[in-house]
Structure formats: structure tokens, C-alpha cells
Design a protein around this ligand. Structure first.
Ligand code: IPD
Ligand code: CA
Ligand code: CA
Ligand code: CA
Length: 269
């Protein structure tokens, strides 16, 4: 097996195990909020921490020299050139409310480039995987299928998903941008999990996605999955996708959404 195949196998198996734990051990009356971060709505539960601890334990047992970037603080250096980028629950607020769209997202980078990614969405019964240059796949109980984004969808017929950061100041700016995007598209979806949004785009269930302020752990696996499904994932004016703005869509649709967003000055609060 190649290094990327090894990394993908470990990513997918670990994401699946963590997701099983998150489903099986979710307290019936909901998880406890143990911390808030940037605002009172930016919550961390004991299950976010437990899932990240489990993932890091499995990865470091198998590959002790790798670096880790984990949302809940499990960041560590490594000497192998491989770095794991982990979001133990993407969609914590959905998990808190027992809404189904949350996921475990794990990507592996080699020398700074994502080569393998796995997103496990247990309440949908779906696992998404991608290997750089190897395409993107969706695995369910009824089989595995190769993913392809929708392309050349005119913007006024495009179903576009987005998300909002947790700070009130940032949200006011996001609401202003949304006011400009909404009349230009078929409709907007706010699902509550960035990596689920990206997997839905890769599967052709939506036509585009954009969001300001996402972090590496939100997008690392999902961006690889969209790219391998034929989509573009970039920032404004050719900048890399990232904390400023992330736009993802198939060819044709990408350019149209990009131009609408660029006119709306989306990095202004
Ligand atoms: C959040 C989700 C959400 C997005 C936020 C993220 P978390 O991640 O992906 O959809 O809009 O920007 O912070 O906190 O649930 O891991
Ligand atoms: Ca979070
Ligand atoms: Ca996240
Ligand atoms: Ca998270």
C-alpha cells in the first residue's frame, strides 16, 4: 500500500470508531457544555473532547512521529512530515440538539498537502473518502459510489449552502452578504456542519458552498473530497481557501458565485 492509502485507511477507521462512540455514548438528555470559546454560542461539549482524545490516541498509537492539529487543543508537533487535521465533531450545535447533520472529519497532510480525507456522518449512514489523485467516494450500507459535483449550474438555479461564525459582529457581516447572495440563487441552506456541506456538494446534493471564517479542521477533509469530485475550492481572486473566505462549487457555478461574492465586499464586517 502507498503512504496515502495507509493514511486513508487509518483516517476512515478512526473516524468511524469515533462516530460510533459519539452516537453510542451521547447522553439521553444531551451532552454537557463544558466550555465556550469566542462567544457564548461557541460551545464545546465533553463529547467533543472525548472524541478528539480517542482519535489522537488511535493515530499516535499507529503513527507516533506524526504531527496533529485538533480543534479541541490536541495539537502536537511531529517529525515524519505527516500532519493530521482533526475536527472531532463538526456541527457541535447540531450534536447538542440531536439534529443529524454532524460529522467526524479527519485529513492527513504530507509536507503541507492534504493527501487523504475521511468524513463520517453516522446519522446519515454515510462515509466520504478521498485520496489526492484518486477520486472521491461515498460509502453506505448499500455500496460505494464515485462522487461528481454538479457543474455549469446557472447561479439562479444553484442551491447554495453556507455557514455563520459564532461572533455577533461577524454574523452581522455575514447577514449583509447573505442579503446580496439570496436574490441571486435558487435558495440557501444552512446545515450546521461545514464538512457535511462540502460532502453534500461533492455528492451533487447542492451546487455550491461559501463561508467566511472557517478553520483548517473544518475544511481539510471536505475540500479534498470536493476537489477530487471535480469541484473548485478557493478564496477570493484565486487566494487559497481559508479563514478569510472559502468558496466551493463545480466549474461554471464557481465563477458566477465568486463574482457575486466579490462585489459584496465579503471580508467587511
Ligand atoms: C462549525 C460548523 C458550522 C460552521 C462554523 C464552524 P464546529 O464547526 O462547521 O457549520 O458554520 O463556522 O465553526 O464548531 O461545529 O466544529
Ligand atoms: Ca467548535
Ligand atoms: Ca468545525
Ligand atoms: Ca468541532
Amino acid at each position: 500500500m502507498s503512504l496515502a492509502e495507509d493514511l486513508l485507511e487509518l483516517a476512515a477507521a478512526t473516524a468511524r470508531e469515533a462516530a460510533r462512540m459519539l452516537v453510542g455514548k451521547r447522553p439521553a438528555d444531551g451532552p454537557d457544555v463544558v466550555q465556550t470559546k469566542s462567544s457564548p454560542t461557541d460551545v464545546v461539549t465533553q463529547m467533543d473532547r472525548a472524541a478528539e482524545a480517542l482519535i489522537i490516541e488511535r493515530i499516535t498509537a499507529a503513527r507516533p512521529d506524526d504531527a496533529v492539529l485538533g480543534e479541541e487543543g490536541g495539537t502536537r508537533p511531529g517529525g515524519s512530515g505527516v500532519r493530521w487535521v482533526i475536527d472531532p465533531i463538526d456541527g457541535t450545535v447540531n450534536y447538542l440538539y440531536d439534529l443529524p447533520d454532524w460529522a467526524v472529519s479527519i485529513a492527513a497532510e504530507v509536507d503541507g498537502v492534504a493527501v487523504a480525507g475521511a468524513v463520517e456522518i453516522p446519522r446519515r449512514g454515510e462515509t466520504y473518502t478521498a485520496m489526492r489523485g484518486g477520486g472521491a467516494l461515498m460509502h453506505t450500507a448499500s455500496g460505494t459510489r464515485e462522487l461528481r459535483v454538479n457543474s455549469e449550474v446557472p447561479l439562479d438555479r444553484a442551491l447554495v449552502s453556507t455557514g455563520f461564525g459564532y461572533s455577533a459582529a461577524r454574523r452581522a457581516g455575514q447577514a449583509r452578504v447573505l442579503t446580496g447572495v439570496l436574490p441571486a440563487v435558487r435558495d440557501i441552506r444552512r446545515g450546521g456542519s461545514c464538512c457535511v456541506d462540502l460532502c453534500s456538494l461533492a455528492a451533487g446534493r447542492t451546487d455550491a458552498y461559501y463561508e467566511r471564517g472557517v478553520q483548517a479542521w473544518d475544511v481539510a477533509a471536505g475540500a479534498l473530497i470536493v476537489g477530487e469530485a471535480g469541484g473548485r475550492v478557493e478564496g477570493l481572486h484565486g487566494a487559497p481557501a481559508g479563514t478569510e473566505l472559502t468558496i466551493a462549487a463545480g466549474p461554471g457555478t464557481f465563477e458566477a458565485l465568486h463574482d457575486v461574492l466579490a462585489r459584496l465586499d465579503p471580508l467587511r464586517d
